[in-house]
Write a new protein. Structure first.
Length: 79
């Protein structure tokens, strides 16, 4: 609940317009952050999640930069 509430409140506070797929993206974050070591997403959501410090709170790396994602995948799956 905390993740959905924080994302929704932050979006409204910034007076940003909700896009059609935002709810689906927020749901993905809601289910992944508490259970995954790494969450791959796009720039907007990744920035929002890290600004809210959910990456730290849930000890989950949030990545959206393709180079960082490739480096992380290399570490996870060498060779």
């Amino acid at each position: 609940m905390r993740i959905m509430a924080g994302l929704s409140a932050s979006t409204r506070h910034r007076k940003e317009r909700f896009e059609d797929n935002d709810v689906h993206d927020y749901q993905h974050a809601r289910y992944a952050l508490p259970y995954c070591d790494v969450f791959l997403t796009e720039n907007h959501l990744g920035t929002l999640l890290t600004n809210l410090r959910y990456d730290t709170l849930y000890d989950c790396r949030v990545l959206w930069d393709p180079d960082e994602i490739a480096a992380e995948l290399e570490k996870m799956f060498p060779g």
